[in-house]
Design a binder for this molecule. Structure first.
Ligand code: HEM
Length: 168
């Protein structure tokens, strides 16, 4: 960014970054940190509850902890975390849009986020659909264990990329 000329890049990103909202996010002393705190709270709820469920999908504490009961406990927490992490992430993005689309850590994070959501959709349409059938089984079915392992890897990688954004 040429500080004299302002942000450079695709017109819609420049418009987003130089919008009154983008300017306020960058100029306010408290707004950006508050949004980032809310972003971190969102990802803590989201990734914390997902990791607990992924470990169960991979067989941890099976059959002591019925998978469907655990899912009923954790899913609302994951959804609340996601509903907090995404809008706050978009606000963080608006503040520095033109720089972030050139940031490899941000781009990889967004790609991993898409993969993680596809993994959730595949799980729910396959093994998740029949969870009641294997909820008390000693060993979850292979599709559930694979979905759990993929999810665990993807969300930890998303966290790492999120943190690396500030360093790249
Ligand atoms: C929903 C899952 C998401 C997770 C788990 C996640 C995770 C993270 C993490 C761990 C950080 C580093 C926070 C820090 O240590 O300061 C971060 C920062 C960031 N996230 Fe996310 N994020 C998510 C979604 C999003 C979305 C959807 C966007 C934008 C479209 C986004 C944009 C950003 C930006 C711009 C930063 C950098 C903030 C900075 O360093 O100043 N995030 N995210």
């Amino acid at each position: 960014m040429d500080h004299d000329q302002g942000p450079t890049g695709p017109g819609w990103l420049v418009a987003l970054e130089t919008s009154p909202l983008g300017d306020t996010l960058r100029q306010s002393i408290w707004l950006y940190p508050l949004v980032e705190i809310a972003h971190i709270l969102g990802l803590a709820l989201l990734v914390g509850s997902i990791v607990a469920f992924d470990l169960r999908l991979m067989g941890a504490r099976a059959p002591l902890l019925p998978a469907d009961a655990l899912s009923r406990l954790l899913l609302p927490i994951s959804v609340t975390g996601f509903a907090l992490a995404v809008p706050t992430g978009i606000l963080l993005f608006i503040a520095e849009a033109t720089a972030l689309v050139r940031n490899p850590a941000f781009l990889v994070k967004m790609a991993l986020l898409v993969l993680a959501l596809v993994n959730i959709a595949v799980f729910h349409s396959l093994a998740g659909h029949a969870m009641a059938a294997w909820s008390l089984a000693d060993r979850p079915p292979r599709a559930a264990r694979l979905a759990g392992a993929a999810s665990l890897t993807l969300w930890v990688a998303i966290l790492a990329c999120g943190r690396l954004i500030a360093y790249v």
